[in-house]
Design a protein around this ligand. Sequence first.
Ligand SMILES: *Cc1c(COP(=O)(O)O)cnc(C)c1O
Length: 679
Amino acid sequence: MNYWRAIHFAFNAFFAHTSRLFIGIEQDQLPMTLPAETMDTLAPQDEQIWDFNDSANLYGVRDWGADYFDINSAGEAIIRVPNGSGTIEVPIIEVVEAMRLRGLEMPAVLRVENLLDHRISAINEAFANAIASAGYNNEYRGVFPIKVNQQCHVVEEIADYGARYHHGLEAGSKAELIIALTQLKDRHSLIICNGYKDQEFIELGLYARKMGINCFFVLETLGELDIIIERSEALGIEPAIGARIRLSSMVEGHWNEDSGDRSIFGLSTDSLLCVVDKLRAHNMLHCMQMLHCHLGSQIPNIRNIRSGVLEACRYYTGLVAEGAAMGYIDLGGGLAVDYEGRRTNETHSMNYGLNEYCANIIETLQESLDSEDVPHPVVITESGRALVAYSSMLLFNILDVRDHKPGKLPETIPDEGHDLIHNLRAVLDAVELKNLQECYNDALYYRDEVREQFHRGQASLRERATAENLGLAIFEKISALLPAAKRVSAELDDLPALLADIYYGNFSLFQSLPDIWAIDQIFPVMPIHRLNEEPTRQAVLADITCDCDGKIDHFCYEGDIHRTLPLHPLNDEGEYYLGVFLVGAYQETLGDLHNLFGDTNVVSVHVNEDGSFDFRREFHGDSIADVLSYVEYEPKNMLEQFRRNAEQAVRDGRISVAMRQEMLQAFRASLYGYTFFER
Ligand SMILES: *Cc1c(COP(=O)(O)O)cnc(C)c1O
């Protein structure tokens, strides 16, 4: 099987290569003299056949993949599961094939349990190492913020596997607290309650403490404290209280408003002191045990983390001096994921690694607290993104491609032809490196002039088509020369993106990748097979919603942000599959039902020692009936209405009874089928 596939890929690679050369010769549009650099990129690279290493470099998988993803010599994207001293490799395409045999069609979210487990271990062990090597006098306790991925299987796995590290859960609402109370079985794990808390929420948390669960209330506002004091006195249960403070240390990145004076979360310094005074007045200062802060999510710069921790230490020390019991410091989330693989302090990247993060926190705490003789507290972090992002990927097939190649150009234009078309032809012949902008301006002007005349009835449909084709041919020629040009205007810079192919993917951005739409998040995107072939097309990705925002047109590869992604032309061999990686955090539940595309299929696999994998969970995505009922339609009534219409048509003699049956069958199949494109 693999042997045949290897041959197949070698063939494809060969043909992709030759067909490119062929086009290069046939088009005969290239200027006769080209600057040396352009020659290099357009010249045949005889012996060099594109292989998987070229793809790995192009798509940057070894930079953003954190060793969990790579490409094998058969040109397939693989999942690499760490296993003791070695690794186990699984080609993603094999999982896709296995999914399809089980009726799980694309698009689908693939979760890999082992990767989630490995992240839990990695974070806990990195903190344990930092603590050991610094000689810090207390321990680390992680908690997973449920809001980052509430899916039952994810939380269950974190609770089960995480028990060996006493990894707990963070809840920001009553619903999440109910999840935490039922999923956590390890008595040493913590439950941290953030968010606004009403009486019910507080009672639930107090009962949990009574049952021996280590559940903390983190005060977001002063108002909550009165309910906590009142309920705990009434029920006779002592609460464990933390105070969330508003750090003034500012951070870079998208979430910089989670900290600072205007943050909507946390107590001001004055309110914090009111809390202390009130607890003291009720003889409850010993219940004040934790300081909490959260600088924001995806903090790309380690300097911000260090200064935030330092400020938090000063608060902690201040509370100890006030006589509060303390013992825990919770530094919130923020540990970033390098979606771009560039290791910079840009929004979707990070300029530090996991070990550095842990060492920075532990050393800063130690230095700062030692100087005041304050005993070291238990260190808590609430990493969400860094824990779950790697374990999920979105997989989908490409349904169609629209290219922007010019149609057939006329060999010659008759003398009596349209003047403007003669002009366009002349511009096409005139394009060279030194007049790119000029030719661009002229082409645009003449083409638009023809469109204008068409409007007024002075140019024919065929003349308009010829003008548009010539315009495209000119743009193409300009675009090919751009890499050699020294300085290029913004509009010329945009040209390649405007000429890029549109690849229509079988997915909904709004359902599966909401952060691309909402906050211009960048995720790594890569084909999961054919990676021994050179990707010869430049593409943007469009989803199948009817929304012009439903597209992906920002990609990070080769160390830079690009507006197009190199992809392979579709062929007759079968489906072309792409993967969007690192989507385990925040994407699944924020997604919506735009155009009534529902939840996708989801599978969780566990990779075994021998490289086989088990389907631990399968979740069939929403049917059309499901999404219709979410917006208050009643699928049964709809079926009945359709039946009545069909019956009426039989009565009117428009269709036969047999046809009625066929139509009802088709209607029912659609109604109870997948909301996405089915082949
Ligand atoms: C969202 C959130 C987190 C998770 O942040 P990540 O950057 O995903 O680690 C942690 N704590 C609080 C209070 C949050 O609101």
